[in-house]
Design a protein around this ligand. Sequence first.
Ligand SMILES: C[S@@+](CC[C@H](N)C(=O)[O-])C[C@H]1O[C@@H](n2cnc3c(N)ncnc32)[C@H](O)[C@@H]1O
Length: 208
Amino acid sequence: MAHDELLTLARHYDTLAQHYDRMLDRFERRLLGDWRARAAHQAYGWTLEIAIGTGRTIPLYAERATVIGLELSSGMLAHAKRRLATARVPVFLIRGDAQRLPIRNDSIDVVISILSLCTIPDDRRALAEAYRVLRPGGKLLLVEHVRSPNGLVRAVQHLLDPLSVRFAHDHLLRDPLDHLQEIGFRVLDVERRALGIVERVLAEKPAT
Ligand SMILES: C[S@@+](CC[C@H](N)C(=O)[O-])C[C@H]1O[C@@H](n2cnc3c(N)ncnc32)[C@H](O)[C@@H]1O
């Protein structure tokens, strides 16, 4: 992807960073329920959270995980750094691009992504990178807003998508299930909520 496009995206989130938590506090519970906490509790070993944002998951990680949080926007990352004091596990924050992970093959036990694949410019590439860095048998945990299976809701999403992409860098019509099997993941569990626009996926990089 073009360097300029990534820079524009990073700047967008740098600007949004100071309002982000207040904005999400308002609707996260209704949209995600307890799925962020569930994902955090399922983490173990070397855990990579891509596009960690302001680090809302940091206080939720349980003791068996050591977390690497990767984020593009330095503004978002500054807020995540402040959350480190609330962590119960070791957390290392790095600035980077989820489409080009600075992490070696087969080295991570769990990759987590929460509300991120809607924004990362090439979501398929980010998932392929997650696959590359996961150990065989490693787990992928996704909590994402996606294209609804409900025709009426999807029609509204189609209508809003061009504006959402243009002004918020937020894609409404994506679904990681479009890519996971083709990349090589085995999908183990899928759940939906909030009119089908929020999806929780547990997938695994097969052991052989
Ligand atoms: C909607 S926010 C979600 C933040 C966080 N995951 C959460 O649960 O609150 C999307 C995040 O993706 C980050 N992002 C977008 N493209 C990225 C990329 N290519 N690499 C890393 N982070 C990226 C943005 O900077 C932003 O922090």
